[in-house]
Design a protein around this ligand. Structure first.
Ligand SMILES: Cc1cc2nc3c(=O)[nH]c(=O)nc-3n(C[C@H](O)[C@H](O)[C@H](O)COP(=O)(O)OP(=O)(O)OC[C@H]3O[C@@H](n4cnc5c(N)ncnc54)[C@H](O)[C@@H]3O)c2cc1C
Length: 804
């Protein structure tokens, strides 16, 4: 074995092989893959090999499409067949809810360039004769996708990579990893040692153990998974061509043709974790004992919905383990706190996603950026809350829900409540319905007395709709109170704080006592952060951003650290907040503070440290509701007292609680974008409109050259707000925005603007169409609704309320 390699990839399953290939493709050829046994010997060799393009995240969908398109390329380069059956596939709807779901997928697919059509059960039967059409109400026909040969795909990647200069060593197990002072790694194997600059954890079933070698606990766990293969089925034999792979969510079943029979798998409710504590190193090319009992309820539905399968004998049962992250998406990217340690693991659909994972990771390693916003796959979407116990609970929940409908308003119950603020009990007593945000319970809305604090999951308007309307009106007419501890909070202190912030952020650094909105760009000039930056003193700043992006942002800050003596600290547990907003919020605040908070003394975007009631606090005059409002930040020990005093002082002002649902409604009618929705690394300042907060004249900030280039020419697309003529459902995100039958844009978020009384969508459309009054059509769960651009905010267009 050579003594040094630029990159060592640990794991020769489909994912490691893809990363190896993509690194050579991007020009890194001094790359070595270490595999402890044969290639594919983990979870890869026994996979069903099904591939499809759709994912609930648009960019993951794009990468899945890339993966499928890639198979022809690697076949050509390697001369190795991938066993590609490019049949397309069917998603079958057995009830009205699933029909809504496939209609939503249909609307989202158009802008993504995925070829899909909604068809009748009869038309579906013409593509898969096993279907009993009486059991279904509709189907989605996807033209791309099908299935592949797992071994063929892995070998094709490996051969193509070797041809480009990569090296693969089989039967070489990595037994230890030691970080080196130069930022590289010493990789110790049972066949000798090797140094490298970068390590990639593509160890699949052993990703958790390889994480341990580097001293980290990755949120990944293996589950058992079974499929059956039947004897020949006369209807399949008679069909004369391949039947279309089909998914039936009502039975949690997928199936495809195998020989002249079928392979049918299911995500059973009675699921099993595999190797919860330690994965045996000698588990190579092995299967697990089958247990058809566990599948019985699902097979029963399968036999009813596809009767010829019920008449066929079972030839073989495959039970193999594969790994999942708590939300079922892969764990990709650099790990915060470790230098040059990369993840490409937790890939639950290696054949649908492996190519995309390889592409994104190779770009990230070679170019410093994955090429698109990949937060949905980013290992940094998890923080310290994702402990082993959390992962065990969530992965099982995810497995059971793999083929269940998920709804835009749905909150999953497992591993909750986990993180709670000191006012959690009070909010619960006030009727709060909570959602989980980076493990923290945050109120979504407040059920009034007599109403159960439970929201019905739906694609349409839920039981919360009228309640949220009341909350919005209470804010706009009087004053609302909201828990805001779920935001990401950072303290920056030291003599170079202002200079460092000026370099790492693209916006203006405010003067003491002031706040500024501060976008953050990557080197490519794309949006990777959207902060409120408050200057407390010359050398002390408080920065507020997205709560779920805390690890993502800290990883970036640590890559671009401040000079010695200046420090940035995330404050997830050190600072809690309550926001008050609405026309009476000033009066409420004034009742609890000695300082004059009148408009002249405490202006919009002013920041003061003051005592609120009995709590030492930092108060910022700003509100994401777009109204007059204040954020009050205190240490956790004061939050309950602050809450009690605000509630007592506000009772005669009409104070009401409001939650995140109302906040989202209020920000929409002001036209405010949200991070990871409107603002993400897919977009530039000119496209988002955040250019007005970019301080282009600063001599130096990260992404400046690209930002100047972006400013020099008109953007191809622009963020717009649309008023939708909706009926009983709002957009949920990623729907295509259509004009004259062509997809000209994509929705990023939306909802009902309760105060304005309008259904609103935000999204990007091509620039020549981004004009006031321009009309479009948006498909909302199968219903084509007219939509019109509105360039002035629905609420407070001249800012009089906010600034007055
Ligand atoms: C029954 C079943 C059906 C499936 N069907 C589908 C499907 O239809 N479509 C789909 O896309 N996916 C499917 N999957 C999932 C798919 O198998 C996985 O997504 C994929 O195999 C993951 O590949 P991987 O490379 O990440 O992991 P693995 O295949 O587990 O590869 C990891 C490799 O790393 C090696 N390794 C680990 N530790 C070390 C070490 N310390 N030193 C050296 N080498 C090491 C292992 O030996 C192993 O070869 C299915 C899985 C199962 C179980």
């Amino acid at each position: 074995m050579k003594s040094h390699s630029q990159v060592v990839i640990i794991g020769g399953g489909v994912v490691g092989a893809s990363v190896l290939y993509h690194l050579t493709k991007i020009g890194w050829t001094d790359v070595l893959l270490l595999e402890k046994n044969e290639l594919t010997s983990g979870s890869t060799w026994h996979a069903a090999g099904g591939v499809h393009t759709y994912n609930s995240d648009a960019n993951v969908s794009r990468l899945q499409k890339y993966t499928i398109d890639l198979y022809r390329e690697i076949e050509q380069i390697s001369g190795q067949s991938c066993g590609l059956h490019a049949t397309g596939n069917l998603v079958l709807a057995a009830n009205a809810t699933i029909l809504d779901n496939i209609r939503m997928i249909h609307s989202r697919s158009q802008y993504l360039g995925l070829e899909v059509e909604l068809i009748s059960p009869r038309e579906a039967k013409a593509l898969n004769p096993l279907i009993d059409e009486r059991e279904f109400v509709g189907a989605l026909h996807r033209m791309d996708g099908g299935h592949v040969d797992p071994n063929g795909v892995t070998q094709a990647y490996a051969i193509a990579a070797r041809k480009a200069g990569a090296e693969i060593r089989r039967f070489t197990r990595v037994t230890a990893l030691e970080p080196r002072p130069d930022g590289g790694w010493l990789v110790i194997t049972d066949q000798g040692e090797i140094t490298c600059e970068h390590v990639v954890n593509a160890a699949g079933l052993w990703a958790r153990e390889v994480g341990h070698l580097a001293g980290i606990e990755l949120p990944v766990l293996a589950m058992e998974h079974m499929y059956i293969v039947t004897e020949d089925i006369p209807e399949v034999v008679a069909f004369g061509r391949e039947i279309l792979p089909s998914t039936d969510y009502s039975g949690e079943i997928y199936l495809r043709q195998e020989g002249k029979g079928v392979l049918m798998g299911t995500y059973e409710q009675d699921c099993r974790v595999w190797s919860p504590d330690v994965t045996p190193w000698d588990f190579n090319m092995q299967l697990l004992p089958d247990d058809l009992e566990r599948l019985a309820p699902h097979l029963e539905i399968g036999f009813k919905h596809f009767p010829p399968i019920g008449r066929a004998g079972i030839k073989r049962v495959v039970n193999g383990p594969f790994t999942f992250a708590p939300d079922g998406n892969p764990l990709v990217g650099p790990v915060r706190g470790l230098r040059n340690f990369w993840c490409a693991c937790g890939v639950m659909a290696g054949f649908a996603q492996g190519g995309g994972v390889g592409l994104a990771l190779s770009r990230w390693m070679a170019e410093g950026d994955p090429g698109a916003d990949l937060f949905a796959m980013d290992v940094a979407r998890y923080g310290p809350f994702a402990t082993r116990a959390f992962t065990h609970t969530k992965v099982q929940e995810n497995y059971r829900r793999r083929f269940r409908m998920s709804f835009p308003n749905e909150e999953l119950p497992a591993a909750r409540p986990l993180r709670r603020t000191p006012i959690y009990d009070r909010l619960q007593a006030a009727g709060a319905v909570f959602g989980a945000n980076f493990g923290l319970e945050v109120p979504l809305w407040f059920a009034p007395k007599g109403m159960e604090a439970v929201e019905t999951p739906t694609y349409r308007r839920s039981n919360a709709f009228p309640v949220v309307r009341e909350e919005c009106h209470a804010v706009r007419n009087a004053v609302g109170l909201m828990e805001i501890s779920g935001f990401g909070k950072y303290e920056i202190t030291g003599p170079d704080a202002a200079a460092w912030l000026g370099r790492v952020l693209a916006g203006k650094v405010p003067a003491p006592g002031r706040m500024a909105l501060a976008p953050m760009l990557n080197e490519q000039g794309r949006i990777i952060g959207d902060f409120s930056l408050a200057c407390l003193t010359r050398d002390r700043f408080l920065m507020i951003g997205s709560g779920v992006a805390e690890v993502y942002h800290m990883r970036w800050f640590e890559l671009h650290p401040p000079p010695a003596g200046t420090v940035i600290r995330a404050q997830p547990h050190a600072l809690n907040g309550i926001a008050i907003a609405g026309p009476k919020s000033r009066e409420l605040l004034q009742r609890l503070v000695r300082e004059d908070v009148g408009n002249a003394a405490f202006r919009f975007f002013d920041v003061r440290e003051m005592t609120v009631g009995m709590a030492p606090a930092t108060v910022i005059r700003a509100s994401y509701t777009g109204d007059l409002g204040y954020e009050i930040w205190v240490t956790p020990d004061y939050q309950l007292t602050l809450y009690e005093q605000l509630v007592a002082a506000g009772s005669d002002l009409g104070l009401c609680h409001f939650g995140n649902r109302a906040l989202m409604s209020l920000r929409l009618e002001k036209g405010y974008g949200a991070f990871l929705r409107e603002f993400r690394s897919d977009y530039t300042p000119m496209e988002t409109g955040l250019s007005r907060f970019v301080h282009y004249d600063k001599p130096d900030f990260i992404g400046r050259a690209a930002a100047l280039k972006d400013r020099a020419s008109p953007p191809a697309k622009r963020l717009v707000t649309l008023i939708v003529d909706a009926s009983d459902a709002e957009v949920s995100g990623y729907e295509s925005i259509m004009k004259d039958g062509k997809a000209v844009g994509q929705v990023t978020s939306g909802g009902y603007a309760h105060w304005a009384g309008k259904s609103v969508a935000m999204g990007y459309v091509q620039s020549d169409l981004a004009n006031d009054g321009e009309t479009f059509v948006i498909g909302i769960i199968g219903d084509n609704r007219p939509a019109q651009i509105r360039t002035t905010p629905l609420f407070d267009p001249d800012g009089g309320r906010q600034r007055g």
